[in-house]
Design a protein around this ligand. Structure first.
Ligand SMILES: Nc1ncnc2c1ncn2[C@@H]1O[C@H](COP(=O)(O)OP(=O)(O)OP(=O)(O)O)[C@@H](O)[C@H]1O
Ligand SMILES: [Mg+2]
Length: 212
C-alpha cells in the first residue's frame, strides 16, 4: 500500500504522522519505505538526527516523477509512506498520483478546515487521472474536549471525505519525537503510542484489509 500524507497547510503534521505510521507498519514486521518528497527534508533530517539506524529506511525523493519512479523502488518493500511538501507543486501532485491513499492531517481549527479545500482540490485533480486514489482526513493535535475539537467532524463534513475515527492529540512527546525517535521508542506504553497504533488500524479498516 502507498500512503501519502498531504496538506498544503504548513505544520499540519505530515512529517510527524508519516514517520509514525511508517514505524507502526515496521512494527507489524513489514518492509516499509518512507519517501521524503519534501525539499525541506524533515523526514530525512529526522533519520539523520538519530544515534541508531531508523526502524525503517528513509529516502529523499524530492522530484516531480515520484509516481513514475516508485514502482521500481518499491520492489523490495511491502508498503510505502510518502511525506509531501506544503505547496501546490508538481512534486505534491506526483506524490498524490503515486498513492493508494492520501491522508490529510488537519488541526482542529477553522483555519485548517478552510485551508483543506486547496488540498482536496489537488486530490480531486489527481483522481481524474487515477480514480482509485482514496482520501481521508486525520485530525491531529486535538486538544482535550475543546468545542472545536468536538465540532471538527461536522466542520469537515462538507468535503465529503471520510474523517478517520481515531484522532491524534496534542502531546509533548510528539514534538520531542522530531529529534529523531518515534513516540513508540520514546514512550512505548504511552497514550501517544496507542494513538498511532489506532491510526494504523483505522488505515487498514478504511482500505478494507485486515493486516499490513
Ligand atoms: N500531535 C502533535 N502533538 C504535538 N506536536 C505536534 C503534533 N503533531 C505535530 N507536532 C509538531 O508540530 C510541528 C509541525 O509538525 P510537522 O513538521 O509534522 O508538520 P508538517 O505538516 O510536516 O509541516 P510542513 O508543512 O512544514 O512540512 C512540529 O514541530 C511537530 O513536532
Ligand atoms: Mg513536513
Amino acid at each position: 500500500m502507498i500512503i501519502a500524507f498531504a496538506s498544503l497547510k504548513g505544520g499540519a503534521g505530515k512529517s510527524t504522522l508519516s514517520i509514525h505510521l511508517a514505524h507502526a507498519i515496521a512494527l507489524a514486521k513489514k518492509r516499509v519505505l518512507l519517501v521524503d518528497a519534501d525539499p525541506q527534508s524533515s523526514a530525512s533530517s529526522w533519520a539523520a538526527a538519530r544515534d541508531s539506524v531508523a526502524p525503517f529506511p528513509v529516502i529523499g525523493l524530492a522530484r516531480n516523477t515520484i509516481h513514475r519512479d516508485l514502482p521500481e523502488l518499491l520492489e523490495a518493500y511491502d508498503h510505502c509512506v510518502i511525506d509531501t511538501p506544503p505547496r501546490v507543486s508538481a512534486m505534491a501532485r506526483s506524490a498524490i498520483l503515486a498513492a493508494d491513499l492520501v491522508l490529510i492531517p488537519v488541526q482542529p481549527s477553522s483555519y485548517d478546515v478552510w485551508a483543506a479545500s486547496e488540498t482536496v482540490e489537488l486530490i480531486k485533480e489527481a483522481q481524474q487521472f487515477k480514480p482509485a486514489i482514496k482520501a481521508a482526513f486525520v485530525v491531529n493535535r486535538r486538544i482535550g474536549n475543546s468545542a472545536i475539537g468536538k465540532e471538527i467532524d461536522s466542520a469537515l463534513a462538507d468535503y465529503a471525505l471520510p474523517v478517520l475515527k481515531t484522532a491524534i492529540a496534542q502531546r509533548v512527546v510528539f514534538s520531542e519525537s522530531s529529534a529523531g525517535y518515534t513516540v513508540m521508542e520514546l514512550s512505548p506504553s504511552s497514550a501517544a503510542a496507542t494513538e498511532i497504533k489506532n491510526l494504523a488500524k483505522a488505515v487498514l479498516k478504511l482500505m478494507g484489509v485486515s493486516k499490513w
